[in-house]
Design a protein around this ligand. Structure first.
Ligand SMILES: Nc1ncnc2c1ncn2[C@@H]1O[C@H](COP(=O)(O)OP(=O)(O)OP(=O)(O)O)[C@@H](O)[C@H]1O
Length: 257
């Protein structure tokens, strides 16, 4: 069995008395691609921030393997557009980077020709690849990608997911992704975890997509396959502070807790 890199154990977090995450259990192993899905504001990025140590959980524990080394790709590049900065110089800012690895990494990602380009003139897809290059230059055994295909057209999304899968195959690293592009990402994912305060559904894409919960959450029969709709129907009701009050309607999506 592959080495487990990270395990979230009963992670919970509250802000100003409001429970955002409650009792989250999930894990990521080497060679595994895990995709985190859920409605806007359900706490996906917060869970990533907890993993990165940028946010403290209110309860529970993140168990990290002693060899864990994370390469993080944020949702967006936050750089002052008036600041002159080439791709090469941007990547040279990675702490401890081996500068000889910059060009080969860009070659792997198909953007070697952009090495002397200014970062603020890059297209959406090019920017995402530069951010992926930065994550890879950290020599990770876990890639953490927060909405990696944001701002990328559909063809570009397929290419990026293929690249990510290829990187997993080559490096044998684990991958944790947040995504809204359910149909495209499913084909490249080993495990899907759907959160909405708690873990609502999880498992292989085959298991999850065949599950009534998934269909109630994301699928509208006959609708455009590329459109994912968050119509999250619980089989229970949440109280004011997030507690689960009832589970009396078994025609609704079944959540796993
Ligand atoms: N430090 C904080 N203090 C107060 N509220 C916070 C804090 N961090 C996050 N939140 C709130 O938690 C909620 C979840 O945010 P988060 O960004 O984790 O959701 P998300 O699932 O990643 O959303 P999206 O899909 O829209 O990116 C938001 O309502 C946000 O305002």
């Amino acid at each position: 069995m592959n080495k487990q890199l990270v395990a979230f154990e009963q992670i919970g977090i509250s802000f100003n008395g409001r429970t955002l995450l409650d009792g989250i259990d999930m894990s990521i192993s080497e060679g595994e691609i895990v995709t985190l899905i859920g409605p806007n504001g359900s706490g996906k990025s917060t869970l990533i921030r907890i993993l990165l140590g940028l946010q403290a959980a209110t309860s529970g524990e993140v168990v990290r393997h002693k060899t864990l080394r994370i390469g993080y790709m944020p949702q967006k590049l936050h750089i002052d557009p008036t600041l002159p900065l080439t791709v090469k110089h941007f990547l040279a800012l990675v702490r401890g980077v081996d500068k000889h690895q910059i060009l080969p990494t860009l070659e792997t990602l198909g953007i070697a020709h952009l090495i002397h380009s200014q970062v603020h003139v890059l297209s959406g897809g090019e920017t995402q690849r530069v951010l992926l290059a930065r994550a890879l230059l950290n020599k990770p055994n876990l890639l953490v990608l927060d909405e990696p295909v944001q701002g990328v057209d559909v063809n570009g999304q397929v290419e990026l997911y293929n690249l990510i899968e290829g990187i997993r195959d080559e490096l044998g690293c684990g991958v944790l992704m947040v995504s809204h592009d359910l149909h495209l990402v499913m084909a490249k994912t080993d495990t899907v975890v759907c959160i909405n305060q708690h873990v609502c559904c999880s498992g292989s894409p085959q298991h999850v997509t065949g599950h009534p919960a998934y269909q109630a959450l994301f699928g509208v029969p006959g609708a455009d396959e590329s459109i994912a709709i968050y119509a999250h129907q619980h089989d229970h009701v949440h109280g004011e502070h997030g507690s689960i009050l009832s589970g009396d309607d078994d025609t609704h999506a079944n959540c796993n807790h």
